[in-house]
Design a protein around this ligand. Structure first.
Ligand SMILES: [Zn+2]
Length: 99
């Protein structure tokens, strides 16, 4: 195991570890809503996915996301998350390079 001072999180999609700042956080809020958290500061149970469409799709397939968040992620939630995710992954300066 690698140990560093950075906060490593595992991508739900591909299973690789990355610094959490390089991942997109998806959160289940206190009221049970599931949403993409661009600030990574919202409270709630979070899961992390690489800013890549393939990882997002892998995470929502097989309900990995719902399992990780212990939430019911409905098809309509996935649709909304996909839009939010694409906006963040595609527009955030953090993810602007290497695409
Ligand atoms: Zn990934």
């Amino acid at each position: 195991m690698r140990r560093t001072k950075t906060s490593l999180r595992t991508c739900l999609g591909c299973g690789l570890e990355a610094d959490k700042r390089e991942l997109v956080r998806i959160v289940r809020g206190p009221d049970g809503d599931v949403f993409v958290d661009p600030t990574s500061k919202k409270s709630g149970r979070g899961a992390y996915v690489c800013p890549k469409e393939a990882c997002f799709e892998a995470a929502v397939r097989k309900n990995r996301l719902g399992h990780a968040l212990r939430a019911v992620v409905k098809e309509e939630d996935i649709e909304r998350l996909r839009i939010e995710f694409e906006q963040i992954a595609g527009s955030d300066a953090r993810f602007g390079s290497g695409r």
